[in-house]
Design a protein around this ligand. Sequence first.
Ligand code: HPA
Length: 247
Amino acid sequence: MARADKQYAIIAGSGFQSFGDDSKGIIVSTIYGEPSGPIRELRYDDHTVYVLPRHGDDLMIPPHAINYRANLQALKQLDVDAIIAVNTVGIISKNTYPGQIAVPDQIIDYTWGRAHSLYEGVDKIDHIDFTQPFTENLRQDLMRAARTADVTVCDGGVYAACQGPRLETAAEVDRLGRDGADYVGMTAMPEASLAMELKLDYACLSLVVNFAAGRGKNAIHADIDTNTMTAKIQCMKVLHEFFGHVE
Ligand code: HPA
């Protein structure tokens, strides 16, 4: 459940771009440029949760072109303490199925060419300890909310962050599987490490929307809309439980 002493933000991915869009949105500028869009305010009882649509309001910013540094820095400037990263993934292992959700506990980064650190052009540097890329307390709080809401969530697993925007080849997915990856997505890096550089709590709530390339019987896009809708309903239940009951 949400903690009363924390200011939370949701970075919302595909399928959630209109989340909280009845609020006007706060325009924030950062030394790294503009975030993906205005940051919205979602009201839960007596507290506010910020929402930042990762791909912009019209879903036109692809994963490799997102200004991750501006997004994370903008949330820091709003005094956010903890981020729930809602994203979509393909499933590689047999851990779970399309239509379900997962809270990964590890990452392998295959992205390239993304501005991935705040320590550039500034007068300090820190080598963050990224052994555990996600904030375990936040992961556990999300898992607890899921259990209370009676939502089946896959606890843990390795998220492979790929470059996109294309999906992978079957051979690439086989390699990710041999590397130990369970899920493949495109946005958790450098989001997770930037969050840690900024000392923000960070965990993913991942919607499993397809079998990764070569792992399913149907074409990848065949059932993606239905799976996204099913997983989105589960995700909304978890968020409702999480933010509706502040401890
Ligand atoms: N690969 C990469 N990213 C994704 C996938 C996938 O299969 N599904 C949803 N995001």
